[in-house]
Design a protein around this ligand. Structure first.
Ligand code: FAD
Ligand code: SAM
Length: 623
């Protein structure tokens, strides 16, 4: 199984309570004179904070080496204490060896900031590679923590504009890779004119490299026994050109209209409103979550595969985002899910700490409450829920205005944004930012993008008296979810380009056969025809479409270089994973629109880019 998702957690030597140390690097995590005082002096004050964030909508800190999280806690505390603080603080940090949760809790057991430290420990993610988004203060403080990985790889995958840099590796002699020219160059690529940097180090090679990269470098009084520290300000002679395809499509927009009150639209409304935009959600139907997102139950979970490619990484990041949003919003859900593994034997299934565990047939059977025929992956953070309840919870938390029973027939670009038009041509609404999150029913609005999408019919079956009520949701070839009343939901069928809305006996028989196979029953149970039909909008590569459309003209050779239409984003093609994908997709939409740090690595931004199919066609034209 995957090697890439496993990371090596930090080994911490706690023997000196004033200075926890890393035996791996042979250095202490912070000055003996105190972690928080050091953070406040060197990194917060060294970057001109709190003054520099005052009056700003958003302020982005980028740190090398999250370590014990003291710099984050000191920054968050300074933000809370400042009545003139920026609206939103985004703290981005990269860490190769994150602490295990228990070690983090131990470090902060006697914290001077117990309330903040407890929240950090509570939200601490499973230690898997990639970007983890941890939200605090109702989304106004975000910590994007890069899990496993060398900063040298991860910094190149970030898409953001940093306002302040915290350079906090171990001593340059012991941890040279966090200070060398190559790494500092990556940081300068994420800087804009005026970005500041601070560090306790006064290493000459580092200062020379910063100067060569366009920073004005100076010295300031150091912390405790250190006479000096380094401060710097990015003032390049030539402003580096940013890839045009990565520019935000609606920077500064204070209002957004979102088409679709399903999972996708609700998640976009939540993320955009948290990012400061006031949102209106428009839907043709008389209530939210009445189309595909109105299924009575569904699963959410990540996936594992040996090469940990874009699908596995996107699904994992999305599942983790879902897990934390459900907890934050208090959405009822079943915690834990089993996915049967039919191709690999247990010995071939290796796991990643805390994220997914490999279970033998017996262990999996004990959890499922029936004799299963295969070993299984256990996803402690996966589960099942009522998608409509989740949608409503996101909409309620967003505070968005809902305009229901309002079909949109067309879009029209204006000087300041987009208008949404009814069938009679009347303007329903307009905004500087419009998000198309209307699932399969919006296909006529998607133009050429629709060519790359398939509408797939799916039927779920309700079994009122289930011979086996799974103690946990179980997925394999089909799935089963207990309904809490002695019955179960099982599913689901899939037929492309089939628009029949009626329940079908043949589909029911298929679902019951799958249910029987999952539970190793001798024969499928009998049940009266009952269930629900809905549609999945599916892209050829089974990833969603999240991003901006192409500006008129020819396609660029790379997605990052492709000019985009301003003010318009799509967030759709959630296939059979809408519950899992919505939370992350919404966050991504907000970041692509407004320009906050993107919650996905550049490679994954490209993997979900709506223009990927057009680019592939251009590279390999059909003969
Ligand atoms: C049988 C079945 C089982 C499934 N099981 C699971 C599962 O276990 N786990 C999982 O994660 N996912 C599952 N899914 C997939 C999941 O249901 C979808 O991915 C998800 O609901 C899609 O959400 P959405 O918001 O994109 O679309 P929808 O929920 O369809 O919402 C789109 C909304 O946009 C509105 N709209 C569209 N066009 C217009 C317009 N022109 N004007 C005004 N309003 C418009 C529609 O009225 C609709 O309300 C399943 C799907 C099916 C069919
Ligand atoms: C001095 S500690 C950081 C302390 C931290 N900023 C705090 O507030 O507690 C340095 C950190 O850099 C991390 N580190 C070292 N090399 C790294 C690399 N190549 N990429 C990412 N992180 C690295 C170490 O694991 C360690 O946690």
């Amino acid at each position: 199984m995957s090697r890439r998702i496993a990371i090596t957690p930090a080994e911490v030597d706690f023997s000196d309570p004033d200075a926890p140390a890393s035996p791996t690097f042979g250095d202490v995590y912070h000055s003996r004179a105190g972690a928080l005082p050091q953070a406040r002096h060197v990194f917060v004050a060294g970057n001109g904070l709190p003054g520099r964030w005052q009056g700003r909508e958003r302020f982005v800190v980028l740190e090398t080496g999250f370590g014990l999280g003291n710099n984050f806690l000191a920054t968050w505390d300074a933000w809370r204490q400042d009545p003139a603080r920026c609206e939103r603080l985004v703290f981005v940090s990269v860490e190769k060896h994150p602490l295990q949760r228990d070690d983090l809790a131990r470090i902060h057991a006697g914290s001077e900031l117990p309330e903040l430290a407890a929240q950090l420990v509570e939200r601490w993610p499973p230690l898997t590679i990639g970007l983890h988004t941890l939200s605090f203060e109702g989304g106004r403080v975000e910590l994007l923590l890069l899990g496993l990985g060398d900063a040298r790889t991860l910094l190149r995958e970030l898409v953001l504009d940093a306002d302040a840099l915290y350079l906090d590796g171990f001593a340059p002699k012991r941890n040279p890779e966090l200070w060398d020219e190559w790494l500092l160059k990556s940081l300068s690529r994420l800087s804009v004119p005026g970005t500041t940097a601070a560090t306790w180090s006064i290493s000459r090679p580092m200062r020379r490299a910063l100067t060569a990269l366009g920073f004005e470098v100076g010295l300031a009084p150091g912390f405790a026994s250190k006479p000096e520290m380094t401060v710097a300000r990015f003032a390049p002679r030539h402003t580096p050109q940013r890839p045009v395809g990565r520019e935000p499509v609606a920077p500064g927009a204070q209002r957004a209209v979102i088409l679709g009150a399903g999972l996708a639209g609700a998640a976009c409304a939540l993320a955009l409103s948290r990012a400061g935009a006031s949102c209106t959600v428009i839907d043709a139907l008389p209530g939210p979550a009445q189309a595909s997102s109105g299924n009575p139950a569904g699963l959410f979970h990540g996936t594992v595969n040996p090469d940990d490619g874009p699908h596995a990484r996107f699904n994992r990041a999305a599942a983790l985002a879902t897990q934390s949003l459900l907890a934050e919003l208090g959405v009822p859900h079943t915690q834990g899910l089993l996915r049967l593994e039919t191709r690999l034997a247990l010995a071939q299934m290796q796991d990643a700490p805390g994220y997914v565990q490999a279970l033998s047939v017996d262990e999996a059977s004990a959890r499922a409450g029936t004799a299963l025929g295969h070993p299984a992956w256990f996803y402690p953070g996966g589960g099942a829920l009522d998608p409509a309840a989740y949608t409503r919870a996101m909409l309620a938390a967003s505070g968005a205005e809902l305009r229901l029973s309002t079909p949109v027939a067309a879009l029209r670009e204006t000087a300041g944004g987009w208008q949404l038009l009814g069938a009679d041509g009347r303007v329903i609404d307009d905004a500087p930012l419009v998000v198309l999150a209307g699932g399969h029913a919006q296909l006529p609005l998607l133009g050429a993008l629709a060519e790359d999408l398939v509408v797939q019919r799916g039927q779920l079956t309700h079994l009122p008296e289930a011979p086996w009520q799974p103690a946990l949701p179980v997925a394999g070839d089909g799935y089963a979810i207990a309904d809490g009343r002695g019955g179960a939901w099982c599913g689901a069928t899939a037929q492309d380009d089939d628009l029949d809305p009626a329940l079908r006996e043949t589909d029911q028989a298929d679902n019951l056969t799958r249910y029987a196979r999952l539970a190793a029953l001798d024969a499928p149970p009998r049940a009266p025809l009952a269930g629900r039909v809905a549609w999945r909008l599916v892209a050829a590569d089974r990833l969603p479409l999240i991003g901006a459309l192409a500006a008129p003209g020819t396609m660029a050779a790379q997605l990052r270089l492709q000019p985009r239409r301003p003010g318009l984003l799509v967030c759709t093609a959630f296939g059979s994973r809408g519950i899992t994908w919505a939370a992350l997709a919404g966050r991504l939409v907000a970041a692509l629109a407004l320009g906050s740090p993107r919650p996905l690595e550049a490679e994954l931004l490209d993997a979900v880019d709506p223009l990927r199919f057009a680019l592939r066609r251009q590279r390999r034209p059909e003969r």
